[in-house]
Ligand binder design. Structure first.
Ligand SMILES: NC(=O)C1=CN([C@@H]2O[C@H](COP(=O)(O)OP(=O)(O)OC[C@H]3O[C@@H](n4cnc5c(N)ncnc54)[C@H](OP(=O)(O)O)[C@@H]3O)[C@@H](O)[C@H]2O)[C@@H](O)CC1
Ligand SMILES: [K+]
Length: 490
């Protein structure tokens, strides 16, 4: 699913109004009704709901919500920012609300802020997709007031006020949401870790916007959900033999980091590779044979037959002392390549190695490794832009690992939607390397191996939560759930 920017979302609104022969006020009513359905189902009617409205259409939504809640006998209190300028639909809803018995509190200064009851709810309808500058003045004071109070829940309408949809809000004040009721589609800002503290649970409400419009739009960003993964999944040929599913070579492990190599190998096997050869330190050849008898092994300094392998994965637990082997691989490989961890760190420290990265290689840095490779950026949006730029320059795929891992390929960024914080532990990346190396060996093109690998890795972690908690989850647990993750694609 494409992620649209703020201006495209605004156009989407207009196209829907045209194509469905609606008024914008009717569309607003539809949006408000969806929010109210959610509120009725999820909030405790006994607690007061304080609704804070700006004077644009986000504020208009807030007023339309207030009108509906009033008709359902919810206990509400409505506050609007004082000001001259307002949208037509805001004015129409204000007029309608003023015709009821409800008293409306106008906020001219901080003295007008209501005293919030303990255990109340706050609906944040100050600014939505029309935000065009950081909060300042009275809205800023209000945001600080609400953030300091901590009501039972803050429900943001469309986006938390103060958050830009498609560029960085780094360092700005944003109203902290517990629940976000967003219209029709995810917004790019929801996938950015620097916004994490302001984002709560995100609920996408279908308000029936024009179904065709997103397909007519150019976008540099997409999200990879179940449908996306199903489309790129290649079901296993029932007549296949071990040669059909590729022979992978995994070059990993060093003293003190043997586990990384074993975890990568295990995940590689569980992802369906036909054959796996492990180039691991000699001292773990025996533990490997005992724990993963399906894997073959070779010595670290043994000559590699470059024609033999359908994919090579290098890096998990490799250590920084393996310069010769990474150089050898970068120079000679004829197979699709995945580079992770110390493989990346050695490249970052050496310009010659950097110049040898082959086309279509998959690089899987975490943010620190990314910084070592490509430099520091002022914020996460810039880092993502840099990943897109570097993936084009180097003709490779960059998997920027994080809460919503981004796969940068061909100038497009794909945000992954599976996974949980249980993955934030040593070994997760090694498991991911094994999975992607396996998919490469099975003939997936680099971009699809990276997208599907990241998706399956996250999904296995989500499925593992049926038995584990986000605290207890171990990367090696994922191997047991890769089977279920694959089954969900069939
Ligand atoms: N898309 C859809 O499908 C649907 C959208 N709907 C709703 O419409 C919302 C978008 O509404 P919107 O365009 O009227 O903008 P909104 O966010 O209310 O801002 C209003 C004005 O505030 C101002 N302003 C900006 N930043 C500021 C700041 N920091 N401090 C102070 N002022 C600031 C700025 O005016 P300016 O300052 O430029 O004069 C801006 O024009 C959307 O989020 C959703 O809730 C639904 O109703 C139906 C379906
Ligand atoms: K809002």
């Amino acid at each position: 699913m494409k992620l649209l920017n703020a201006s495209q979302i605004h156009q989407w609104d207009q196209i829907t109004i045209q194509n469905q022969q609606l008024t914008s006020l009717e569309l607003m009513e539809r949006a408000a009704k969806k929010c109210v359905d959610w509120i009725v189902e999820n909030l405790d009617k006994k607690s007061t709901i304080y609704i804070f409205c700006g004077r644009g259409n986000n504020g208009g939504d807030g007023l339309a919500i207030a009108k509906l809640l009033l008709s359902l006998d919810f206990n509400i209190q409505v506050n609007i920012l004082a000001g001259e300028k307002s949208s037509a639909d805001f004015e129409a809803n204000l007029k309608a609300l003023k015709s009821t018995s409800l008293e409306i509190n106008e906020l001219h200064s901080a003295n007008d802020f209501p005293k919030l009851e303990a255990n109340c709810y706050v609906v944040d309808a100050l600014f939505g997709s029309g935000i065009n500058k950081p909060l300042n003045g009275l809205p800023l004071e209000l945001a600080n007031y609400l953030n300091n109070f901590s009501p039972k829940k803050v429900i943001a309408i469309d986006v938390p006020s103060g958050m830009f949809l498609d560029h960085s809000s780094y360092g700005n004040t944003i109203i902290q949401a517990d629940e976000i009721l967003t219209f029709q589609t995810y917004k790019q800002c929801f996938f950015i870790a620097e916004n994490a503290q302001y984002l709560g649970n995100i609920h996408v409400l279908d308000i029936g916007l024009d179904a065709e419009f997103p397909y007519t739009q150019e976008s540099n960003f997409e999200i990879t959900d179940a449908n996306f993964a199903k489309n790129i999944y290649q079901p296993r040929n029932p007549f296949g033999h071990k040669g059909t599913f590729g022979h992978a070579l995994l070059i990993a492990g060093s003293q003190g980091k043997y586990g990384a190599a074993l975890m990568a190998a295990h995940a590689c096997l569980r992802t369906g590779v036909g054959l796996l050869t492990c180039n691991f330190p000699e001292e773990i050849a025996m533990p490997l044979a005992i724990t993963l008898p399906e894997a073959m092994s070779m010595k670290r300094n043994e000559t590699i037959d470059w024609d033999k392998y359908k994919s090579i994965g290098i890096g998990p637990g490799l250590g920084m002392e393996s310069f010769d082997i990474i150089k050898d691989v970068l120079t000679h490989t004829k197979s699709p390549l995945l580079i992770d961890a110390d493989g990346l760190n050695m490249i970052a420290a050496n310009d010659e190695l950097k110049s040898l990265i082959p086309q279509n290689a998959i690089l899987t840095p975490h943010p620190k490794e990314f910084e070592r490779l490509f430099g520091k950026t002022a914020n996460e949006f810039d880092r993502i832009d840099l990943a897109l730029q570097k993936s084009q320059e180097l003709h490779c795929v960059i998997v920027l690992k994080g809460h919503n891992t981004l796969i940068a390929a061909d100038g497009v960024g794909y945000f992954n939607t599976t996974g949980n914080v249980g993955l934030a532990t040593g070994g997760s990346g090694d498991t991911l390397s094994g999975i992607i190396t396996s998919l490469l060996a099975q003939g997936y093109i680099s971009k699809n191996a990276a997208i599907l690998g990241v998706y399956l890795h996250g999904l296995a972690a989500d499925l593992a939560l049926s038995k584990q908690s986000v605290e207890s989850l171990l990367p090696s647990d994922l191997n047991q759930y890769l089977g279920m993750a694959f089954k969900s694609l069939g």
